[in-house]
Design a protein around this ligand. Structure first.
Ligand code: LMR
Length: 397
């Protein structure tokens, strides 16, 4: 019976990795999937993670199921990291949360919860947004709409248009998906003042903010990157948070994430907690333990936590330097476009604001791989490939 199914084209991001592997050009450059790489192009296990693995191996005595909500120390540690140790919503018992299989798992659990709450929920996503937001939320059966976000011609956020859309089209009970920091794919983040405007609009209109935070620590710092989330969490009565440990803990394949819901009071929180556990039970029963256990060990131990924070700082600072390196090299190649905006973008990604045809030409003729939208993974740049890369980009302009 399956012969009637159509074959599906490779995923726009993951398909690039497969194409890159097959390319035999020794000078090929991979700026596709969002994975941190060091100067040698490797994605090593963080030292804090390696130490946590040894401790876990020495102390784990059973592989019996963990609880449906996941490792409680992981949940508490992550909520402190995201919402802040002084968070009033945590103290007031208003946060329901489960450990999820990756940030993707968290997004899907929250989408399913929205569907259960109101099957007609409309979710607004930024134009553009991370490509996988569409199936993760849309396949739960929710209606999706877009709000304007990024102006490719100006290489900046079009905040006035974004707010005009939100103020006129978004209704009470709609959900607005926001990127907590390091916007994927553009690298263009809201300023503090802009977060305040969004928060005020949420209060006035009554929409529910849904914040995806997959790159905390990769923008300005672990605390600074949480500004918008904390502002919303402390001031808007209800919101949803999907967090990922793939990037800042380098735990990609372990699939570690957190789905959290802030309710307006602690009684509703109890109901929501039972609902998300039931959603999870109906999809995958309970989360894998391993990655969450590692994060729990790291966050709970002062010295390991410090080591991890220093590794996050190292990754962030390297990516900031790579932005400058790319911009300098493009200028040296006399590129006919000013790429200095790349220095202002945050996190792992940058939108180069070139056309899909130019991106495809780079792939075909120079073996430089990145997404058609012109999103590049900054961490894939290094001192060995930057000159070749800049010459290739300048060549297709
Ligand atoms: C990305 O955006 O490249 C990463 O989040 C990996 C993925 O699953 O798409």
């Amino acid at each position: 019976m399956f012969e009637q199914l159509p074959a599906i084209a490779p995923d726009p991001i993951l398909g690039l990795s497969a194409a890159f592997k097959q390319d035999t050009n020794p000078s090929k450059i991979d700026l596709g999937v969002g994975v941190y790489k060091d100067e040698n192009g490797n994605t090593p296990i963080l030292k804090a993670v390696a130490e946590a693995q040894s401790r876990l191996l020495a102390s784990e005595t059973s592989k019996v199921y963990i609880t449906p909500q996941g490792v409680q120390g992981f949940i508490d540690g992550m909520l402190g990291l995201i919402l802040g140790q002084q968070s009033s919503v945590i103290k007031d018992g208003r946060v329901a949360a489960v450990q999820a299989p990756g940030g993707c798992g968290a997004l899907r659990i929250l989408a399913e919860l929205l569907k259960r709450t109101n099957a007609d929920t409309k979710v607004w996503v930024s134009d553009p947004t991370w490509a996988n937001h569409i199936p993760l939320i849309g396949n739960a059966g929710l209606e999706l709409a877009t709000y304007p976000y990024f102006d490719k011609a100006q290489a900046s956020i079009k905040f006035d248009e974004m707010m005009a859309c939100i103020n006129t089209e978004v209704k009470a009970g709609d959900v607005v998906l926001l990127h907590g920091c390091c916007h994927n794919p553009t690298g263009a983040d809201l300023t503090k003042e802009q977060w305040h405007v969004v928060k005020d609009a949420a209060l006035k209109i009554g929409f529910i903010p849904f914040i995806d935070v997959a790159y905390q620590g990769f923008g300005v710092g672990l605390e600074e990157d949480a500004y918008g989330i904390r502002l919303i969490a402390e001031n808007v009565p209800e919101c949803l948070i999907a967090a990922s440990c793939s990037k800042n803990f380098g735990l990609y394949r372990e699939r570690v994430g957190l789905a959290a819901i802030i309710s307006s009071n602690s009684e509703t929180k109890q109901i929501v907690q039972s609902q998300i556990q039931s959603v999870a039970r109906g999809i995958y029963s309970m989360p894998p333990s391993y990655g969450g256990a590692l994060v729990d060990i790291i966050l709970a131990d002062t010295s390991l936590n410090q080591l991890w924070q220093s590794e996050v700082t190292e990754m962030r600072e390297r990516m900031i330097q790579l932005r400058a390196l790319l911009v300098d090299n493009l200028a040296k190649q006399n590129a006919s476009k000013d790429f200095s905006f790349v220095n202002d973008q945050k996190g792992m990604f940058s939108y180069l604001c070139i056309s899909p045809e130019q991106v495809q030409k780079l792939r075909k003729e120079n073996s430089v791989y990145f997404v058609d939208s012109s999103r590049v993974n900054i961490a894939g740049i290094n001192h060995n490939n930057v000159e070749t890369l800049a010459a290739a980009i300048a060549g297709v302009l």
